[in-house]
Design a protein around this ligand. Sequence first.
Ligand SMILES: Nc1ncnc2c1ncn2[C@@H]1O[C@H](COP(=O)(O)OP(=O)(O)O)[C@@H](O)[C@H]1O
Ligand code: SF4
Ligand SMILES: [Mg+2]
Length: 350
Amino acid sequence: MSQDTSPVPAGAGPVAGGPLLDVRGLRVEFRTRDGVARAVNGVDYSVEAGQTLAVLGESGSGKSVTAQAVMGILDSPPGFVTGGQVLFDGQDLLTMPAERRRRIRGARMAMIFQDALSSLNPVLSVGDQLGEMYRVHRGASRKEARAKAVELMERVRIPAARERVRQYPHQFSGGMRQRVMIAMAISLEPELIIADEPTTALDVTVQAQVMELLAELQREFRMGLILITHDLGVVADVADKIAVMYAGRIVENAPVRDIYRAPAHPYTKGLLRSIPRLDQKGSELYAIKGLPPNLLHIPPGCAFHPRCPIARPVCRTEVPPLYAVDEKRTSACHFWRETVGDERAAADRP
Ligand SMILES: Nc1ncnc2c1ncn2[C@@H]1O[C@H](COP(=O)(O)OP(=O)(O)O)[C@@H](O)[C@H]1O
Ligand code: SF4
Ligand SMILES: [Mg+2]
């Protein structure tokens, strides 16, 4: 008998002590006419039930591609997973039979995208799209599905849900559409949600409301949440830990408090300095010099060296491994001691 037929125990939860999702050494490349773009080059990160991991990094650093490989929705070809493991509840999603993986993806993991308008079907009412999940996965009747859709819309605080359940995506504002996406994601009570820049397309006040909603639902359902963003300002309040990505690698992994207090990688330091601060009104905003590398030609040694203010000769030749800064933190910088030390010293000064 193939493993394919064994049922996926719904809501069984992770093995005691093990992370809900454990990504190890993940590699993804895009085979294009111009050459091979190495988009993900050995990513390690993990998230536990009830925990929020924020994945940070400039545009093009491989955040979305990593998430797509985890979810099993990578555009392939041209994208190929060429190495690593994606352990969900202790089982490697990359090697399990496709059907089994599809069932896990449907019921136990969900993804929220930046652009709700292009993720929703324009010719189906919001209610039908929300109800569809119950009809397909739970065999609910039309009437039951409609009632569930209203309940979900109320849960994500869409006003007048009973009337709006019949409306189409274009009749909703950006913020309300994103709430519909969140409702869809939580409909089957998944254990893990990956939210890829869920608020980027919204204006600032709406961003905060949507983030708050997501954080609240995450606590209520004790879900694991991976929050992908390029906005360090957003994550301070909601994340437990942060993985900073650069050129397809995690360059720093740390609990959120540690990273704000004393980053252990010059890239993280640069990102932090480039957040606008209320107490520094009028002063010019810092920007990391240069641009992220072209992934067809990643610089040798430390990929960040052309932009790093403290780069030395060794940085151009030796790829920094992920050094353990302490039991909860890693940094891929040869000079992490100096980086974290300077920052700690600065934080301790009165
Ligand atoms: N469909 C694709 N075809 C070719 N290359 C791609 C494709 N999608 C992504 N890439 C490559 O992967 C890189 C990382 O993309 P992405 O993960 O979307 O970055 P981000 O960190 O902004 O989410 C891109 O800069 C690009 O080089
Ligand atoms: S390894 Fe070198 S170039 Fe890379 S971040 Fe550290 S100091 Fe900068
Ligand atoms: Mg992206």
